[in-house]
Structures are given as C-alpha cells and as structure tokens.
Design a protein around this ligand. Structure first.
Ligand code: SAM
Length: 388
C-alpha cells in the first residue's frame, strides 16, 4: 500500500475512528468540550454536483441512518484530497475510483465549509465543489458506488428542487450551489437532442394525434394566409407531419416545408412533398419569403436561441412580410411528457411582455397577441402576428 493510499485510508475513516475522538451515542454536551473539538482533524474534500441530462436532478450517494439523520441521508459524490494532490485532480480520481467514470467539463463552483456532528462525534470538512459531466453517464435507474474500503452505497437521482426531497443533503451548504447550477452548452445541447429524438421516435404517433386542426388555429391560419396573399411564399419552421403546410397550400400559398426532426421530413417526402431538414438556429434559412409560419415550434428554443432565430427570420422575410408564432404562456422552462409523444421534450415558456420584448429586439413589429386555451391541457397559448 503506497504512503498516499495509506494516508488516504486514515483520513477517510469515519470521524468517530479518528485518533483523539471517541465513539458512542450523541451527547450534546460533548460538542461544547473544546478539547474534543480541538482534536478533530479538518478534512479537505473535493465533491461534485452531477446533474442529469434533463437538468431535473443530480446524482447523490445514499447513506444509512445515523442518530442525527434517522432516515438516512444523501451525500455528494467525492472524497478526500490526498497530500500532494490538487483538489481538481482529487475529484477526477474519486469519480474514477468510485463510479468507474471520467469527469469532463469540470468546473469549480465554490468552496463550502461544514462543521457537523455524526454519530455523536464532531466533524469539520472544507469541500471544493465541482460540477461536470460523466462518461459513461449514470443511468436513469441509478447505480452503486464503491468506496476504497469496499463500502457500497446506492447512487440515486435527487431533485434539483430540495423541497421535493425527504432526506437531508450533505454537505448541507452545497444546496445553495445546486439551486444555481450553471447550465453549460453541453447541457443545452443534451436538451435539444433529447427533444428532437423524442419527436423522431414518435413521429407517427404525433401525426395521428394531430390530424385535425383546432378551430381557433384554423382561424389564425386563415388570417395569416390572407395577410401573405395568394401566391405568397412561406417558410414553415417545424412543419411536423405537414398538416398546416397542406392547409396553407390549399389557400394558394407556396410553402417551404422544413423540420429539424428527420422522421418528419422523411414522412413529408414519402407523401410526395419537398421538405428539408432545417435547424433554424444553425442553418441558413434562405429567402426572402413573404411570410414565416411557426406554430408550436419556437417553444423548443431556449431564450438566447429564440433571440437568434427571430433575428434570422427577420432577415429571411421581405420588408412588409409576416410572421406567425405560437408558444406556451408561462415562466421558466421544463420537461414534459404530455401529448402524443412518449419521450420527454424540453419547453421554454413565455410571458407576453417577455415575448413582445424578444420579438421587438429582433426587429419585428408585434401586430397582435392572441391567447388560446390549450387543446388538451390546462395551459394557454400565446399566438403572435408580427410584420417586418
Ligand atoms: C409540437 S411540434 C409542432 C409541429 C407542427 N408545427 C404542428 O403544429 O403540428 C414541435 C416541432 O418542433 C420541432 N423542434 C423540436 N426541437 C426543435 C428545435 N430545437 N429547433 C427547431 N424545431 C424544433 C419538432 O421537430 C416539431 O416539428
């Protein structure tokens, strides 16, 4: 056993086993005894907050009950920094040893100090807190972590919202970093990919569940067709199965059918239409068109992406042209499995002032905002008509 490993074993023993501390039932009076507290070794640790791809939960180890946490507790994954090792190297090594995974994109979130009692004995840790991604990732059903003394703990997903949880999280101060965990570009990319994959897998189910256009949406489509005028060209973002494109064409418009989801494009092509895979964020939109129709699509963009896409649409539409977009009203963003698609899809919700602001900033004149009740759910759509 190398010296470093031997020392690590010593440091990793529970605080009750450390020289100079005693084990036994919790005695509040013990904590006030300076000689006992002075004998506690301050331990330096590196631990990680590891969010799932959906950004709804993070991975924690489950520990059995103690007198202080009678139902057990959750602990961040990580461990002690070894002598001569940096805290950054320590978190990578701990994750490798305990989970058999590599930590990538790691970034230091901050440092928390924890002074606590466990099984009646005082403990004191200074913890360097990291966030990052794992390769391979922890599976949705969780996994098991093996400590270097062979102890095993289940690893489960703990909600990012502490209010949803029964067990305490340690180190306790880490909770405030969990609440404001920065979302990386990779996290957003995972959201985008998971959403498109959900549509791709269930394109047929989506098509059969949305064959009939709701009356209120048909009225808006008629209004848009009237504004663009017979013979006008329309860029449709997110045509899906192509229901709205067919209705616009029936009103004399020429529709450029596009979708980011390959299965929708394949379906439209199989039905004899021209259609192309288009990612409105990354691809050239083409144009100039007389109008853009984007029903129930831009709600899958993050707020910064929305600003970019609205600006690109403004460039792709001729002066005097029109934009129609429907998004869901609300605050924040999140995942849902409602509707005709089984997989989770990520949505950004918009308030009317925020929607007006992002449209105006992209150069659009907001002509009308309509509210429409959800087709099945208790929700409200914000449908906007804009002109350039
Ligand atoms: C609710 S469906 C609406 C489809 C069609 N407009 C309709 O009303 O039936 C959402 C659409 O957004 C597309 N989509 C998903 N993520 C997207 C993204 N990041 N950028 C652009 N479109 C996206 C999907 O492929 C799908 O066509």
């Amino acid at each position: 056993m190398s010296r470093v490993v031997a020392m690590k074993r010593l440091y990793d023993r529970p605080p009750t086993d450390l020289p100079g501390t005693t084990s036994g039932p919790a005695d509040p009076a013990d904590q006030a005894r300076p000689d006992k507290v002075r004998s506690v070794r301050i331990r330096v640790k590196s631990m990680a907050i590891l969010p799932n791809p959906e950004f709804t939960a993070h991975a924690v180890a489950v520990h059995p009950p103690t007198p202080e946490s009678p139902h057990g507790y959750h602990r961040l994954i990580g461990g002690s920094v070894e002598p001569g090792e940096t805290h950054r190297a320590a978190i990578a090594r701990e994750i490798r040893e305990e989970l058999g995974a590599e930590l990538t994109d790691e970034h230091l979130l901050g440092v928390v100090e924890s002074i606590f009692t466990i099984r009646g004995a005082p403990g004191h840790e200074i913890v360097f807190l990291y966030a990052g991604r794992l390769t391979p990732p922890i599976p949705p059903q969780g996994t098991t972590l093996t400590e270097d003394d062979g102890a095993q703990h289940p690893v489960v997903w703990r909600s990012l919202n502490d209010a949803d949880e029964q067990l305490p999280l340690y180190p306790a101060d880490a909770a405030r970093f969990v609440h404001r965990l920065p979302r990386t570009d990779q996290d957003r990319q995972a959201e985008r990919e998971a959403t498109v994959a959900a549509y791709d897998l269930d394109a047929e189910a989506y098509a059969s569940g949305t064959g009939a256009i709701p009356e209120d949406l048909l009225a808006e489509l008629d209004r848009f067709a009237g504004l663009v005028g017979t013979g006008g060209s329309v860029l449709e973002i997110g045509s899906g199965p192509g229901r709205d494109a067919a209705l616009l064409e029936a009103r004399g418009l020429a529709v450029d059918r596009t979708d980011i989801t390959p299965a929708f494009v394949d379906r439209m092509r199989a039905a004899g239409h021209n259609a192309r895979v288009l990612d409105p964020l990354r691809d050239d939109l083409g144009g100039p068109y007389d109008g853009a129709w984007c029903d129930a699509v831009l709600l899958h963009l993050s707020r910064p992406e929305m600003a970019i896409v609205l600006h690109k649409l403004h460039q792709a539409i001729r002066p005097g042209g029109h934009l129609y977009a429907g998004v869901k009203e609300g605050d924040g963003d999140g995942w849902t499995r409602h509707g005709n698609v089984a997989g989770a899809r990520h949505f950004t919700y918009w308030t009317e002032p925020a929607l007006r602001e992002v449209l105006t900033a992209a150069g659009w004149r907001v002509d009308e905002v309509h509210r429409a009740p959800g087709r099945r759910l208790q929700e409200t759509w914000l449908n906007v008509f804009c002109s350039r």
